[in-house]
Design a protein around this ligand. Structure first.
Ligand SMILES: C[S@@+](CC[C@H](N)C(=O)[O-])C[C@H]1O[C@@H](n2cnc3c(N)ncnc32)[C@H](O)[C@@H]1O
Length: 212
């Protein structure tokens, strides 16, 4: 295969993997609402990864940073224990309103907290959560890791979306503020004691770590 043909085939594989699982009606509605609000939701493959992670650890208590219109909220809830509680934070009330209505139609009642992540997170209890997922402000990625490690129980999982930030993180000569912060956060996590990380090239990149 020529390198151009290989690139095309690799791209086709990525698209195939992203859409390997067909999303249900509620996810499609949340995605449409995200589009109307001008938000970039997690991709279908990233959403399914969140569902699988939540199911693997039988998550009962989850924190989401950046509700948006609820695509990832729904994915987390679909993997969590049916009695589980998702606490989701967003600074924009209209985003949470859209998410609340779509999630209610799907039978879920998450605890939605309106506010800026770095003001709300410190109010949540230490070691009380099974999974924390962040998709809000890339410039705060380092603080999200710090807060997540405090909030998670031992064996809990943290996931950070946009970990490849539109393919800029891997371009080492790109020193834009957001890119630099996300790259430095990934490297800090990679070198940290007491965590088991992996960087998945799904969607816009999903950093996943397990807290020891
Ligand atoms: C890309 S959207 C999240 C999309 C969501 N993950 C999904 O898949 O549907 C990012 C959300 O984070 C919120 N946000 C941005 N910065 C924030 C901050 N500092 N604190 C709380 N929410 C924030 C935005 O209002 C927006 O709703």
């Amino acid at each position: 295969m020529t390198s151009e043909a290989h690139q095309t085939a690799a791209q086709a594989s990525r698209v195939y993997a992203e859409h390997f699982i067909t999303e249900g009606d509620a996810a499609r509605q949340a995605r449409a609402a995200a589009g109307r609000l001008g938000l970039t939701a997690v991709t279908s493959g990233a959403a399914q990864t969140l569902t699988v992670l939540a199911r693997l650890i039988a998550a009962k208590a989850a924190v989401e940073i950046g509700t948006g219109a609820g695509v990832a909220s729904l994915a987390l809830l679909q993997g969590m224990d049916p009695q589980g509680i998702l606490t989701s934070i967003d600074s924009e009330a209209d985003h949470q309103q859209a998410a609340r209505s779509i999630l209610a139609q799907a039978g879920y009642r998450p605890r939605l907290i309106a506010g800026r992540a770095l003001e709300v997170l410190p109010r949540l209890s230490d070691g009380a959560y099974d999974i924390v997922f962040a998709d809000a402000e890339p410039l705060e990625a380092g603080e999200y890791v710090e807060q997540a490690l405090r909030l998670l129980r031992s064996g809990g999982v943290f996931a950070l979306y946009h970990a490849l930030l539109d393919d800029t993180v891997a371009q080492l000569d790109n020193l834009d503020d957001e890119t630099l912060i996300v790259r430095e956060t990934l490297e800090a996590v990679r070198d940290m004691d007491g965590v088991l990380p992996v960087l998945l090239p799904i969607g816009d990149g999903l950093l996943v770590l397990v807290k020891a």
